[in-house]
Ligand binder design. Structure first.
Ligand code: ADP
Ligand code: MG
Ligand code: MG
Length: 885
């Protein structure tokens, strides 16, 4: 249903079926949008005409209205709605069908000229913008319609839209039409049918507007899906004091608490609540009281000026409250609702599963499970693994926050801690972020155009708008910290400055936001790492109950190992020894080893490294407390370690007692045209076995030293970049001989494994042979991807972004495992390896080990574990469980 009707259309139909009041309407399917994109407007109108005419007739009959009638006109909304919800990204037009005749008809029917003209001016404004294309000239300019409204308001000395008289509204209609004609050269269409077709096509077109395209990229929604178009009889929230419109959530989308909440406006229509034009009021009394405290409004003012819906219209509230419960019970998930009250009667205009923060996602899934509304497997599937990332983000340091100065207060629109430099325009936020700066996007209010800037910002601060404003909803969807409606801020876009508590801040100044309290602080504030507890911890236990795949971590230090264990890693899948080579004085010994002319020189330098490496391994083995640790022997090309600057070359010359020229000559001789395909990986160990000997000795001695102290260590020694069985056998022999030597010296033994990385395509092809020697495989999918595609990882930046943009590649294969191509090698490697050694232990240690869809693939090809960076361990654990259920 959703695929064809879009989410909005399908849910409107479903609400109607379960007895929720919805205005009559019909849906033009997403397939038509695809046809429109292929064959163009004329063809589609021809195909649809008779169906659409019949469907409009149906609406007219139900409502007792006629299109364009000067007695009782039929008015409709034309709404976009894709399969997946893309809030505000595409266009919608309200009050369609109005012209000079119809407005007279509307007055006759309702006896309310003000309402009729208000609807008419709104229609001309929306249609003029969306269909006829009258938009602001540049980012610093105001909306041309708003400019006209402001002129009229100023002349009349009024502030609110609701204070404009009938005559003012008439004037607006005339001026709007004239502005459209002047700027776009187009006449405003009078014929409702012409209006309707124009609107339908504009909605189709909005599928391909810039922000919709960007949103799809961000959320991985395919371009082919297209949008449906919903045409629906209008109901009016702008009919007077007994009417209104609002937005509500069945639970708190920020924290996940089971509290019905939302905002509404009396005598308003459509997007008024979200657009932040007037201060919206809360739906529940409780919510209203909480809001008043945050907004610094007294109880008297609150109950007289901003009463909740519960207080203002108790009967409507009761019905709305019952309806929200009904909808949540029906969909078994948090719902995001749009409703309108026309003259005391409630109508639902939309329901969808609410966007929520990572924290809310976890809490809601676990609460629904406890409430018995969903089962364990569903609870696991309800949480997007990547969203857990937000829960692993830093929070403000408690002592730092105490000392910080609050300069403004707004609504806690999307939780989290953010600190960054002020930027006022979305495109500038992008530019700054591209230069590696941390920015806070500060706006009067945000609109869908600001999406890209919001995405790269650390946090978002707006002066206007409530908890359901665009900024708030989008930020929660992105899991980005947001404070909205900080009314104390005076923002000047042109001067690029903001006044807060009497202080003027400029572009580039540092501020901090607490999205959980709504506080805005002056300056930069220290943050600390979060931990895994409560619902999050329970979710992780649930994940482990269902998953088969184990999750290890990539860690090179005791600190990382401890962090990863606290996130539930059950071993180290990749410990890179070369990272240990750069610390402190070690690099000198490493350089000495590389620059030596012969084996004895190398051995002398390696002897200096031995105790340091042994110490490192002891620290890591101890941190892992008996869990397996895969140690990879030296892998990178040697030239990465040698000194390239003259000063460093001189220093090494003194150290080694040779001439700087000799050092330079040696460094030059190490130059490779293609280092990633050069002298590296097991090729180092095969040519300089003494390096392997030293590293194996360090590993085994460390394990035996720990054993003496009663701590178990389980080393798994991993040979990198193997491509032939002979390489593997060569290195296995050096490893085992060295281990036996150490065992004899120390008169004790431990268990250990010798295995290899599979990262050269040939290794996957001859995996059956390699497995005769290797006791385990770990797929190094970074190198495997590089060599399978023939893309150099270090040079791919020149063309990969263009490939992605042109759709030549769907995803960056270095981020998301290419299951179709590289995946075949992985699958083949697993199968062939196990054909020789059926208990062969298999894992993955590339970046892909922490990426949910790739984790699913690893599960399906029967791997034993994935390994990823410490902060991605919880994500991989959940992805592993989802793959299993
Ligand atoms: P979006 O997808 O951006 O949310 P919608 O199609 O939901 O856009 O419409 C925008 C606004 O117009 C919403 O507030 C919605 O409730 C209101 N609206 C849409 N159709 C009608 C209608 N038939 N009667 C009254 N209000 C409507
Ligand atoms: Mg909507
Ligand atoms: Mg590699």
């Amino acid at each position: 249903m959703k695929n064809l009707l879009g989410g909005k259309g399908a849910n409107l139909a479903e609400m109607n079926l379960i007895g929720v009041p919805v205005p009559p309407g019909f849906t033009i399917t997403t397939e038509v949008c695809t046809e429109y994109n292929q064959y163009g407007r004329d063809k589609v109108v021809e195909l649809l005409r008779s169906d659409v005419e019949a469907a409009i007739k149906m609406i007219e009959n139900i409502m007792g209205t006629r299109f364009g009638s000067n007695e009782n006109p039929c008015l409709v909304s034309v709404r976009s709605g894709a399969r997946a919800s893309m809030p505000g990204m595409m266009d919608t037009i309200l009050n369609l069908g109005l012209n000079d005749d119809a407005v007279a008809g509307l007055i006759k029917r309702t006896g309310n000229p003000r309402f009729a003209w208000d609807s008419y001016r709104r229609f001309v404004q929306m249609y003029g913008d969306v269909v006829l294309g009258l938009k602001p000239a540049s980012k610093e300019d105001m909306d041309p319609f708003e400019v006209i409204i402001d002129e009229v308001k100023e002349r009349k000395g009024v502030e609110l839209d609701t204070e404009l008289s009938v005559e003012d509204l008439k004037e607006l209609v005339v001026k709007f039409k004239a502005a459209v004609k002047r700027t776009t050269g187009k006449d405003f269409p009078v014929n409702p049918w012409e209006q309707l077709w124009g609107a339908v096509m504009a909605v189709f077109d909005s599928w391909n507007n810039e922000r919709a395209i960007y949103y799809r990229k961000l959320n991985r929604i395919p371009d082919e899906w297209g949008t449906a178009v919903n045409v629906q009889a209008m109901v009016f929230g702008n009919m007077g004091e007994n009417s209104g419109t609002g937005v509500a959530f069945t639970r708190d989308a920020g924290t996940g608490e089971d509290i019905f909440n939302g905002e509404y406006l009396i005598n308003a229509q459509g997007e008024d609540v979200v657009a932040g034009i007037r201060t919206p009021q809360q739906i529940t009394r409780e919510g209203s009281r909480r809001w008043a405290v945050l907004a610094n409004i007294s109880e008297e003012d609150r109950s007289s000026k901003y009463p909740s819906l519960e207080e203002a219209m108790p009967a409507v509230y009761a019905e709305l409250n019952a309806t929200q419960q009904k909808l949540e019970d029906h969909y078994r998930d948090i719902q995001d609702l749009e409703f309108t009250i026309q003259d005391g009667k409630l109508w639902l205009l939309q329901t969808r599963n609410g966007k929520r923060t990572g924290a809310a996602m976890v809490k809601i899934a676990m609460d629904l499970l406890r409430e018995g509304k969903i089962d364990e497997k569903t609870a696991l599937k309800r949480v997007e693994p990547n969203k857990l990332d937000e829960l692993l983000h830093p929070v403000f340091d408690k002592s730092a926050i105490k000392k910080a100065r609050v300069i403004a207060k707004g609504l806690p629109a999307s939780p989290g801690a953010a600190t960054g430099q002020i930027v006022f325009h979305a495109d500038e936020a992008e530019e700054w972020a591209a230069k590696g700066k941390k920015v806070i996007l500060v706006r009067i209010e945000t609109s869908p155009e600001d999406l890209k800037g919001m995405n790269v910002a650390q946090g978002i601060l707006t002066a206007r708008g409530g908890m359901t404003s665009h900024a708030a909803v989008v930020a929660r969807g992105m899991g980005k910290c947001c404070v909205s409606g900080a009314g104390g801020l005076q923002i000047d876009y042109k001067a690029r400055s903001v006044k807060a508590s009497g202080q003027e801040l400029n572009e580039g100044d540092w501020i901090s936001l607490n999205g959980s309290t709504g506080e805005v602080y002056y300056g930069k504030i220290q943050t600390i790492d979060p931990e895994l507890s409560g619902d999050f911890g329970e979710l992780m236990q649930l994940a482990d109950k269902y998953s088969r795949l184990k999750v290890r971590t990539n860690a090179d230090t005791p600190h990382d190992s401890k962090v990863a264990r606290s996130f539930g890693a059950v071993g180290i899948g990749l410990c890179r020894t070369e990272h240990m080579f750069f610390e402190g004085d070690r690099i000198k010994a490493v350089r000495e080893m590389i620059l030596s002319n012969d084996e004895s020189g190398r051995r002398k330098a390696l002897a200096k490294l031995l105790p340091m490496q042994r110490g490192d391994f002891e620290g890591i083995f101890e941190a892992m407390q008996g869990l397996p640790v895969t140690v990879r022997l030296l892998d990178p090309p040697l030239h990465e370690f040698v000194p390239h600057e003259e000063a460093n070359q001189k220093e090494m010359a003194i150290e080694m007692g040779i001439s700087p020229q000799e050092v330079k000559a040696k460094v030059d001789s190490l130059h490779e045209f293609n280092p990633m395909l050069g002298h590296r990986g097991c090729r180092l160990g095969c040519t300089y076995p003494e390096i392997t000997e030293m590293q194996v000795r360090a590993i085994i001695e460390a394990a035996l030293n720990l054993k003496k102290r009663g701590i178990e260590a389980k080393p798994e020694i991993m040979i990198p970049l193997t491509g032939t069985l002979e390489e593997m056998k060569n290195q296995e022999k050096v490893t085992r001989d060295t281990a036996e030597k150490v065992f004899a010296e120390m008169k004790d033994r431990i268990d250990y494994l010798v295995g290899t990385m599979i990262e050269v395509p040939r290794a996957a092809l001859v995996a059956d042979q390699i497995a005769t020697s290797a006791e385990f495989f770990s797929f190094g999918t970074n190198d495997l991807t590089q060599m399978t595609f023939g893309y150099s990882r270090d040079d791919a930046g020149k063309f990969l972004p263009i490939y992605l943009q042109k759709g030549i590649l769907q995803d960056d294969p270095f981020q998301i495992l290419d299951q179709t191509g590289v995946g075949q090698l992985v699958q083949m490697g697993v199968e062939r390896g196990r054909s020789t050694r059926n208990k062969l232990k298999v894992g993955i240690c590339g970046e892909h080990g922490g990426e949910p869809s790739s984790v699913g693939f690893c599960h399906r090809v029967g791997m034993d574990y994935v390994s990823c960076s410490p902060f991605r361990v919880p994500i991989a654990r959940l992805a592993a469980a989802q793959a299993a259920v």
